[in-house]
Write a protein that binds this ligand. Structure first.
Ligand code: URA
Length: 490
């Protein structure tokens, strides 16, 4: 039996904890026998003094085994998933999963919600009317067996210790500890029942790892943990300065991912999509090399098989395939505003963090945990870094429903309150006049809020976009690959 205070002191004084000690601490915490204040002290000591590879592995193991670890052995094939550390406009999961599943590699994907200025796959999926992300583990297996892919949210049974620890770290300024981030990510991924994993570690102003050195350390830690659990793990460090692609915001990104699956995706998105999908197809045993996997990935798009796989999955999970086949049927947010170039020249930089914050202001993400998301809110990007622009040309279009963050259920449910014009043809009975008056007041409230959101978003964009006189050099979008053999530059 260990003494908790002695173990906290040991970590505080810079010593490494043994796997048995970490097992004791996580088990006691998960079983409510160790209070938050002691775990907070341990997290801070770990943040300040770091954790070595053995400690990171032990944290991962204990968090993983705090809940159910899925065995997908009865489903044929090498199961491969991908995880991204989060970026702005990062809709890659929506593109990769159908490509890889269409190529015959099962993709069991458990995703998260948006965090801070970055979006989350789960929120994007929920912008598809009817799409169910909360399913039982039995149904998770069934969907995977039937469709070769499944996209759901974390259940209570998956890594519950991580859920508690993450919430605690969030409020004790201990999130930014690389070994704890790695243990948190890997405990959830390993619980999914995967055989191999591809990681997209993002670095730059729009990512959580703003420095390349931190991204490298995280990539190595993630790969080391994956390999120590017997899972082939390959990480890529990719650029996240300007947002990925041409949209930010939940439905806007789903719409763009449909373009990508139909062979009409922006270059930056498709470059990374084919690299990551090709690597997943290679790890899944359906290609002899990453390059061959990339060719298979292209073929899945060109043949339309990836898009049809996506339609099947949306239908399987209860979503409206009408809007997938014909995205225009979703309509767009009722309020839109263009941001125009103030001068002529070339787009020199677009800061991912500022654009992510602007999108949040428009309602596309949460400011507080309980906020509702405006699924149609976001930003359409007309000019990317390197593009020529004339003064007065639109750089971006901003969209919002002007819905209240705490009560945005109407926006989330894709129905907006009737506006005065909707009722003008109705007979002007007393009750209709009253309804029209209520509608007018509501419409004014929405308009005022939309104006407020636009102003806040424009302030962020003003800080985040630079136009120069010379065309900037094209920067690499992938810095390096990290795997069991070490790192290699791109
Ligand atoms: N994402 C996670 O899943 N966990 C962390 O600790 C940080 C980011």
């Amino acid at each position: 039996m260990f003494n908790t205070v002695t173990l906290i002191r040991k970590k505080r004084d810079g010593e490494a904890l043994t796997p048995d000690e970490i097992q004791y601490l996580i088990r006691e915490y998960t079983n409510d026998r160790l209070p938050d204040y002691q775990m907070s002290a341990l997290m801070m000591a770990s943040f300040l003094n770091g954790l070595d590879a053995e400690e990171a592995e032990a944290f991962t193991r204990e968090m993983l085994h705090s809940g159910e670890v899925l065995d997908l052995g009865e489903i044929p094939g090498i199961k491969v998933d991908k995880h991204s550390t989060g970026g702005v406009g990062d809709k890659l999961s929506l593109i990769l999963a159908p490509i890889v599943a269409a190529a015959g590699v099962p993709v069991p994907m458990i995703s998260g919600r948006g965090l801070g200025h970055t979006g989350g796959t789960l929120d994007k999926l929920e912008s598809i009317p009817g799409f169910q992300v909360d399913v039982s583990l039995d149904r998770y297996r069934e969907i995977l067996r039937r469709q070769q892919m499944v996209m759901v949210g974390q259940t209570e049974e998956i890594a519950p210790a991580d859920k508690r620890l993450y919430a605690l770290r969030d409020v004790t300024a201990t999130v930014e500890c690389i070994p704890l981030i790695a243990a948190s990510i890997m405990s959830k991924k390993l619980a999914e029942g995967i055989d191999a994993l591809v990681l997209d570690v993002k670095t730059g102003s729009g990512a959580f790892m703003t420095s390349l050195d931190d991204a490298k350390t995280l990539a190595h830690t993630l790969v080391q943990i994956g390999e120590s659990f017997g899972k082939r793990t390959i990480a890529y460090i990719t650029r996240m300065d300007e947002p990925l692609g041409r949209t930010i915001g939940n439905w806007l990104e789903v719409e763009e991912s449909i373009d990508c699956l139909r062979g009409d995706g922006p270059e930056d998105v498709m470059e990374i999509s084919h690299l990551l999908a090709g690597t997943m197809i290679f790890l899944g045993g359906k290609a002899a090399s990453v390059e061959e996997g990339m060719a298979v990935s292209q073929e899945m798009i060109q043949s339309g098989r990836a898009f049809e796989k996506w339609v099947d999955l949306v239908q399987e999970q209860g979503g409206d395939i009408g809007v997938i086949r014909e995205p225009a049927r979703m309509g767009q947010a009722p309020y839109a505003r263009e941001v125009l170039a103030q001068e002529s020249g070339f787009v020199a930089s677009v800061d991912g963090y500022s654009l992510g914050m602007a999108s949040l202001e428009l309602g596309a993400g949460r400011m507080a945990k309980e906020d509702r998301i405006d699924m149609l809110a976001g930003i359409r990007i007309h000019k990317k870094v390197g593009d020529a622009v004339e003064k007065g040309e639109p750089l971006f279009t901003l969209y919002t429903s002007g819905a209240e963050r705490k009560l945005a259920a109407d926006a989330t449910n894709h129905t907006l309150p009737a506006r005065p014009s909707d009722r003008q043809g109705a007979a002007a009975s007393a009750s209709t006049r009253k309804e029209m008056e209520t509608d007018r007041q509501r419409a004014e409230e929405y308009e005022q809020r939309a104006e407020e959101y636009f102003q806040k978003a424009e302030a962020w964009i003003g800080r985040g976009v630079n136009i120069g006189s010379a065309r900037p050099e094209r920067k690499t979008s992938v810095f390096m690959r990290v795997d069991a053999e070490g790192e290699s530059e791109f």
